[in-house]
Design a protein around this ligand. Structure first.
Ligand SMILES: [Zn+2]
Length: 383
């Protein structure tokens, strides 16, 4: 099979920036989070009632609720329209693929993300848009210009599609700006074993590649993790509800966010390094349920592996390089990459092993990564 040439396509990209709202703007955002949650729950209840009575699916539009709940008029109507769209999408996902998606559920104030999305409206004859960027801020409907740290500017041919405002548990506001742009086709370089990297997921090393390189979590991440454990221990000795307790809890929430940022930073840098250096990457399809169980074991990098794969895929694809997924039942660990025999007796804990068929000495992770690389290339070329 000849490698496919990339077709010209529409891409999305997001820039997430910190917002610095005035107290009035912060109140408006908090109100909008509440209104969106309220509207979601109302629409979901009406959908369920309608379905119960008529056996048909229907979600009323936000306008229907404004008379009974005048506070909805105080917030961005675009955000309310987005709730309607999101609920429709959630039902669509569930109807199309009930084994992977849950039926939409009610949002509880305590256990739901504080966020709302507003789609950008473009007014006819060049009269501007409902959302746009200024020198050091973002214009949002109802809120006006909100101060923002625009550390990265969009390219001039990008079109702003939407803005999602969110608030972290420690009270910081962020805005994710989504842009759309058309991309020119990229010339595809056919991958060879020398220019292809196999990646094997590793619980203790994040991953081990087909050259035997392990990507350990950086030292500074381990330091944050140790600090978090100490802070949590201190919290357990404090009186619940006291001033000190609340202060400590806030510190812990901030550190959690800091660790999440460190992880994101590491994942982006690692995936960028690989995407630039290699012409193709082969990786095993992972069982997300098994992954979730492993995450509970508490390695700090585990939560980042899913994100790492997503980053790696889009970074490679934007460079016109293949990201090859090998099916999850392929016995990458038990197969000898030298002679191809499968060692069924291999213990799951063995780090090193000797092939009973050919006598080759294997490092478990490296051998598995080499097998993934070879299997992936075989798949890619259809041999
Ligand atoms: Zn062998």
């Amino acid at each position: 099979m000849a490698p496919k040439q990339n077709e010209k396509c529409i891409r999305n990209t997001t820039i997430k920036v910190r917002l610095y709202p005035t107290p009035e703007q912060a109140v408006l955002f908090d109100k909008t989070f509440g209104c969106c949650r309220y509207l979601w729950n109302q629409m979901l209840a009406d959908e369920e009632r309608f379905y119960h009575e008529t056996d048909m699916h229907f979600i009323p539009t936000p306008a229907k609720y404004k008379a009974g709940a005048p506070f909805l008029k105080e917030v961005d109507s675009g955000a309310l329209a987005a709730v309607h769209q999101n609920l429709r999408k959630a039902f669509q996902h569930f109807f199309d693929n009930p084994s992977s998606y849950r039926h939409p559920t009610y949002k509880k104030k305590k256990h739901c993300k504080n966020s709302f999305t507003s789609y950008c409206q473009y007014y006819p004859s060049g009269k501007g848009a409902s959302i746009y960027l200024t020198q050091d801020g973002i214009r949002l409907p109802k809120a006006g210009i909100v101060k923002a740290n625009l550390y990265r500017k969009p390219l001039h041919w990008w079109t702003l599609k939407s803005a999602t405002v969110s608030k972290t548990p420690s009270g910081k506001y962020f805005c994710s700006l989504m842009f759309e742009y058309a991309e020119k086709p990229v010339a595809l370089v056919p991958p060879t074993p020398e220019t292809t990297l196999g990646l094997n997921y590793s619980l203790s090393h994040f991953y081990i590649d087909s050259n035997g390189r392990a990507a350990d979590a950086p030292h500074w991440m381990q330091q944050s993790q140790d600090k978090l454990i100490r802070m949590q221990q201190r919290l357990t000795r404090m009186q619940r509800g006291s001033h000190n307790y609340d202060q400590q809890l806030l510190k812990i929430q901030r550190l959690h966010e800091h660790i999440a940022n460190q992880r994101k930073d590491f994942v982006h840098k690692e995936s960028r390094r690989i995407a630039n250096a290699w012409n193709a990457v082969c990786i095993k399809d992972t069982n997300l349920v098994e992954m979730a169980q492993q995450i509970k074991l508490g390695n700090i990098m585990d939560a980042g592996y899913g994100k790492f794969r997503i980053c790696l895929q889009y970074k490679l694809e934007r460079l016109g390089k293949p990201y090859i997924v090998v099916e999850k039942y392929f016995p990458s660990a038990k197969t000898c990459h030298r002679c191809g025999s499968v060692n069924e007796a291999l213990s799951p804990n063995a780090k090193r092993w000797i092939c009973p068929a050919c006598g080759a000495v294997h490092d478990r992770g490296k051998n598995a990564a080499i097998n993934l690389r070879d299997k992936g290339l075989e798949q890619y070329y259809g041999t």
